[in-house]
Design a protein around this ligand. Structure first.
Ligand code: ADE
Ligand code: ZN
Length: 331
């Protein structure tokens, strides 16, 4: 087989993917109808054109708004995992962002139980495994993040269904008018409870904000981290400590408009500098993408062959949060 088929079949790990961003367009339409959510268009894919991160987020929030019941979350999670498995996904640490559901009076318990139900079904069917990262939405502010982490810790104490699947916390959403340090308390509470920590940064902000995530939030990974190369000291620190970046090159073209074309993305420079830069899709259903396609697109844009792409896949394993014996199985 050619390289394209081989990359599709290559067992892959993904560390930066939002479960809401995997929602099939047909599921967006179905759930909108079932829950009486008005979409501005009949075909949701008509909305999937972005000129900025904040423009994208308006669509992302609309997609989130069609999720109402526990069963909706279960369907989303099931489809998300089987769709990933169809393109070689074997293990994912998947974000979910419950802020708008909690603000609407729904509980974290139903969101987590629904996700767990769908993921367990997909795992039984395909063998793919999915852990969860609870993302704070910066649009809702630091107090909401603290409340959310407290709600998660209460579910852990109660032994709630599916809560053991949540292995870490992060934050996502807008970077405009935000400072990492505002979220220090939420991340501190999570870290003290043994949860892993990551942070979306440097998609729409500079390298000083990336460093602040490590210093002030205890972040062990950075999601995107696009601006890191602008600061040689921050770059050296990430190289020396092998702090991972979960990079999403095609997303950065389509969502953040960070580079005119994939060939101009800094991903090769990041890896060349020795950064632990992994490859991920971010929001595949909202950007006409899947993980197999992302591997093929990157190989083609940068002229990389099989060995380089396998190295990239293995770096995903290195940067994941499984214990060492779990990582060994994936290698
Ligand atoms: N939520 C979903 N995708 C995101 C992204 N690329 N950046 C910030 N928040 C997000
Ligand atoms: Zn993201």
């Amino acid at each position: 087989p050619g390289l394209a088929e081989a990359l599709e079949a290559l067992p892959k790990v993904e560390l930066h993917c939002h479960v809401e961003g995997t929602m099939r367009p047909a599921t967006v339409s179905d759930l909108a109808a079932a829950n009486e959510v008005d979409l501005p268009v009949a075909d949701p894919t008509e909305l999937y054109r972005y000129d900025s991160l904040d423009g994208f987020l308006r669509v992302f929030w609309l997609v989130q708004s069609v999720l109402v019941t526990q069963g909706d979350w279960a369907r989303l999670a099931y489809e998300s995992a089987v769709d990933g498995a169809a393109h070689g996904l074997v293990y994912r640490e998947s974000f979910f962002t419950p802020a708008r559901h909690l603000a609407a009076g729904r509980t974290l318990a139903e969101v987590v139980a629904g996700l767990d139900e769908g993921l367990a079904a997909a795992e039984a069917e395909t063998g793919v495994r999915v852990a969860l990262i609870l993302d704070f939405d910066r649009d809702f502010g630091a107090a909401a993040a603290e409340e959310t982490v407290d709600a998660l810790l209460a579910l852990r104490r109660a032994g709630a269904t599916g809560v053991e699947r949540v292995v870490g916390v992060g934050y996502d959403s807008t970077e405009i008018g935000q400072e990492p340090g505002w979220y220090a308390e939420a991340f501190r509470r999570a870290g003290a409870a043994g949860l892993r920590r990551t942070a979306h940064q440097g998609e729409d902000s500079g390298p000083e904000a990336i460093a602040a995530c490590v210093d002030l939030l205890g972040a062990e990974r950075i999601d995107h981290g696009l601006s890191i190369l602008e600061d040689p000291d921050v770059t050296s620190r990430f190289v020396d400590d092998q702090i991972a970046l979960t990079v999403c090159p095609s997303s950065n073209i389509r969502i953040a408009n960070a580079f005119p074309t994939l060939a101009e993305h800094v991903f090769p420079e990041m890896r060349h500098r020795g950064l632990l830069a992994t490859l991920n899709t971010d929001d595949p259903a909202l950007t006409d993408l899947d993980l197999g396609r992302e591997y093929r697109a990157v190989a083609s844009a940068f002229g990389w062959g099989w060995d380089t792409m396998v190295d990239i896949a293995l770096d995903g394993v290195a940067a994941c949060w499984l214990p060492d014996d779990g990582k060994a199985v994936l290698r």
